[in-house]
Design a protein around this ligand. Structure first.
Ligand SMILES: [Zn+2]
Length: 249
């Protein structure tokens, strides 16, 4: 019997929905599927329209997304990435206001050192999140022919800054690790989502972020809140930068 791609995806989604109910072995299933389908690298989880539709996202909210990029990354590529992220955020009635603030030189070769550098950057004025767009070099490509590759990260203390590799010099693009998918993935982390099989918990998190953002609008606070790993919300940019300063000391 020959399955179309849509049929295969539908069957997989139904299977995963059933498996997710077996909460006692959820983490085992998650890791198994992560390995097999690389979903840990390229997607937060599968969409579930039925669950998404249980939320109402009536008021349009603006989300200011600031970018530092390596000079070699073209404006066209950035615009294409912004466009894809913008479409994804339309699902939640969030209007993306993205702009490139400056160029940025890759600070280090290793993931750990890039992460440390990104984590020390302050969140600029008029920005809700800061994304750094970097490019790989031939050494990255060769190294990750043999080793797993981190294609993007969001720092975990404030979830307001992160980086992605915005190029195609990786075999991981063959399993969905395109710059666009990685940007969307990391942005879900900005909105408090972790890795899931099905995105139900992620929708809940985005709904909660929206409620916090609406609350900020009422109080005239100019910031789309972020959520710490401890689940406490950070409701203003000054607090974000205080946390960064404290961690850098
Ligand atoms: Zn992730």
């Amino acid at each position: 019997m020959i399955f179309s791609r849509q049929q295969a995806e539908k069957s997989l989604r139904l299977l995963l929905l059933k498996l997710q109910k077996l909460t006692f072995c959820r983490s085992v299933i998650y890791h198994l599927f992560s390995i097999i389908f690389f979903i840990n690298c390229t997607t937060i989880g599968f969409h579930n329209k039925e669950n998404l539709n249980t939320y109402t996202f009536s008021e349009e909210l603006t989300y200011r997304f600031c970018i530092y990029k390596e000079e070699s990354i073209s404006e066209n590529r950035v615009n294409s990435l912004i466009n894809d992220l913008s479409k994804e955020l339309e699902l939640y009635n969030i209007k993306l206001d993205a702009k490139v603030l400056s160029t940025y030189n890759r600070p280090a070769f290793t993931t750990k050192n890039i992460y440390l550098s990104i984590s020390s950057l302050y969140l600029p004025a008029n920005c809700d999140r800061l994304m750094i767009m970097l490019e790989r070099n031939i050494f990255d490509f060769l190294l990750h022919l043999f080793l797993p590759e981190v294609m993007g990260l969001v720092e975990s203390e404030t979830r307001t800054r992160g980086y992605i590799f915005a190029d195609y010099l990786s075999v991981n693009i063959l399993v969905g690790g395109t710059p666009s998918n990685i940007l969307i993935h990391e942005n879900y982390h900005f909105l408090g989502c972790n890795h899931h099989i099905i995105m139900n918990d992620c929708y809940k998190s985005i709904h909660e972020h929206r409620l916090e953002a609406l609350y900020n609008i009422k109080r005239a606070i100019d910031f789309f809140p972020s959520q710490r790993q401890s689940f406490f919300f950070i409701r203003d940019r000054e607090k974000v930068n205080q946390i960064i300063k404290k961690l850098s000391e």
